[in-house]
Each structure stands twice: as C-alpha cells, then as structure tokens.
Ligand binder design. Structure first.
Ligand code: KG4
Ligand code: ZN
Length: 345
C-alpha cells in the first residue's frame, strides 16, 4: 500500500490529508479562512499567508493522529507548489520540504490544477484516461483533454475572468459577501432564470474560449437599474453562465479526439445547476458524466495527496528540495495564449 500526506495552501483553505493508492482518504482536515477574509469581500494574500503559517503544522499533526499514523508510515509528502497566491504556496511547500527532509521521504511538488484534474479519479475508480475535463474554479476556466498523469491538452481557457470569479463578483454586487458561489446558487433557487436579459459572451463563437467579464458588468447594470429582485438577478446570471459553459463545452467536445467521459472539477463544480446541465450535455455525446463529491470540488488536500499517489504510480521522479514555488504554472505549457487574453495561465 502507498500512503501519501498531502498539503494544500494555495488560496484560502489550509488543508492536510492522508490518502492511499486504494483510494482511501484515511483522514483529512480543512481550516477555512472565511472569517478572516469576509470583511474585505475577497481573499487578502498577506492575511492568507499568515493564517496558513499559523494553522498548517497543527493540522498536519491532527490528520496523522486521526489516522493513527506517523510520518514514518508515509511513502511521500505531496504539497501544492503552484499556481496560486505565492505566500500561501511557499508556506505549504516549505513545510513539506522540512517534513520530507526530517523524515527522509520523497517530496512531490503538485500542480494545484493537476490536483483538481485528477480528483474525479480519487472518487471514481472506473474513470479512465483520456477524458474531457471542464476545470472551473476561482482562478481558472479551462477545457482540457486529460490524456494521462502529467499529460494535458488545453482546448479552451478564459480570455478575462474565471467562472468562480464571475460568481464571486456577482455575489459582491448583490451584497452576498464572500465566498460568493454557494451564496449565489442558494439565492438563485428562489429566482426566475429568464427574468433578466443578460448577455452570453462568445456564444457560438468560432474561437473555443470563454469570457465572463461582460456578463459581470451586465449584472452590475441590472442591479443598479433596480427593476428586478436579487433572486431573479442571481438565477438569470447562473443561467447565462450555464448557457456559456454548455455552448463552449459542446464546441470543444465536437472538436476533441475521442474521450471516455465528460468530467467537471474545481470549486464551481459544486454547483448543482451546472452539474445537471453538464450531465445532459454528456448524454448528447453518449458519454458518461463524472463530478467529484462536493467536498473534493472545492480546494482540499486529499486531491493533492491523490495527485501524489498518481504521480508515483506513473513513475514520476520525486522533486528536489530546492524546488521553487510557481505562482503561475499552466497544465499545458504548449497551449497558445487565447486571443485577447491577459497573462492568466
Ligand atoms: O477550486 P476552488 O475551491 O479554489 C480555486 O482553486 O480557485 O474554487 C473556488 C471557487 C470560488 O470562486 C467559489 O465562489 C466557487 O469556486 N464556488 C462555487 C460554488 N462553490 C464554490 N461557484 C458556484 N456554485 C457553488 N456552489
Ligand atoms: Zn482550486
């Protein structure tokens, strides 16, 4: 049996987990920083880094105790080495390096996006490569063909905001606080998704990419106009976002070489309306649809430990202890930048 300790600290969740190659999560702990960041309406990098530094060591101890394991029982220490907020990433990576050095175990530097990309395989043993992945989080919105561990072909990305960012900004406009995605989803339940006419940026565009900045501005204008209830705005925003996602994913699936499944991962994959829409889309293509359980969608350390398990099984070498944290780290370094895009990975 292979046992990996995983560490996650790239944004506002401090997390540790112990995962085996038999897909067992022996223990996991997550400390959310919601209370620290909510007065500011978003994640403050300096506050996040300090909170990770305070919480990570006790969390790791807690996870080992819960599972009745010691560092000696672990086969490797895996930590997110990027992309993300650099202060937090450094806290997690330095901690992993120290533990690896002290216990003489290999260090596995995990790309946070690879953690999300492989997370569905932790929960579903029947999910095989290659699969089509819609990766939707606070910082990313991409369609990838996942061909194997470390092998990703990016077909589409956002030219401006990530999907989670659009949810968070909508929440801010509607005064729902932070984090915004779950609050918008909840409010949308009581609203009419066709009440507010909102744009669907890049719908049916020949380019494969996403855009959400115009949708966000339209939400702001609709809110300022005060003609509709907040619930109707939330529901209409969610519907417009879903229409964009379905259109763009349909386009990529049509252009993609064969895949075994359509998969969604990342924080926004927790959204039930989006999950249902994608499930229907998958059936259009006669593909099974997979989404990780909710706890594996948003940031967690089990997915980082699991990516470590997958990397070991695929024969990747451990990483050197002088490895540097990477604030930007694309999964597909060969992907062409999207036209009109900023510098996002
Ligand atoms: O993957 P994640 O936890 O962190 C990043 O790597 O970014 O994703 C966080 C994002 C946030 O933007 C949050 O608002 C969004 O995922 N999110 C949701 C839901 N739960 C989390 N968006 C829509 N509906 C949800 N239920
Ligand atoms: Zn994430």
């Amino acid at each position: 049996m292979t046992l990996v300790l995983g560490i996650e600290s790239s944004c506002d969740e401090t997390a540790a987990a112990l995962v085996t190659d038999r897909r067992e999560i022996l223990a996991q702990s997550i400390a959310s920083q919601e209370a620290e960041h909510s007065p500011y309406g978003g994640v403050v990098p300096e506050i996040a880094a300090r909170a990770h530094a305070e919480r990570l060591a006790p969390l790791i101890e807690q996870v080992l105790t819960k599972a009745g394991k010691t560092l000696d029982d672990c086969d490797a220490i895996a930590a997110t080495a990027g992309p993300g907020l650099i202060g937090g990433v450094i806290v997690g990576l330095v901690t992993a390096k120290a533990l690896a050095m002290a216990s003489d175990k290999p260090l596995l530097a995990v790309n946070h996006l690879e953690g999300h990309a492989l997370s569905p395989r932790l929960a579903d043993a029947t999910l095989h490569f290659p699969y089509a992945l819609l990766l939707v989080s606070g910082g990313h919105c991409q369609i990838l063909r996942v061909e194997g561990v470390g092998q990703y072909q990016r077909l589409a990305t956002t030219i401006d905001d990530a999907l989670g960012e659009a949810f968070d900004k909508t929440a801010k406009i509607l005064g729902l606080g932070y984090p915004g995605g779950p609050a918008v989803e909840k409010l949308a339940l009581g609203g009419d998704p066709s009440a507010v006419p909102l744009p669907r940026p890049l719908l049916r565009s020949k380019e494969p990419h996403f855009s959400f900045a115009g949708l966000k501005s339209a939400v702001l204008r609709a809110h300022d106009a005060a003609l509709h209830s907040d619930a109707d705005i939330a529901a209409s925003f969610q519907q417009a976002a879903l229409d964009c996602i379905l259109d763009r994913t349909r386009r990529s699936l049509s252009a993609m070489r064969p895949v075994s499944a359509l998969v969604v991962a990342g924080g926004v994959a927790a959204n039930q309306t989006i999950r249902r829409g994608l499930e229907t889309l998958a059936s259009e293509f006669d593909l099974p649809f997979t989404a990780p359980p909710l706890a594996l969608c948003t940031d967690n350390a089990a997915m980082i430990a699991w990516a470590g398990v997958e990397r070991m099984a695929a024969g990747f070498e451990p990483d050197p202890l002088d490895l540097k944290a990477r604030p930007r780290w694309p999964l597909d370094p060969d992907a062409q930048p999207a036209r009109g895009a900023g510098v996002k990975a």
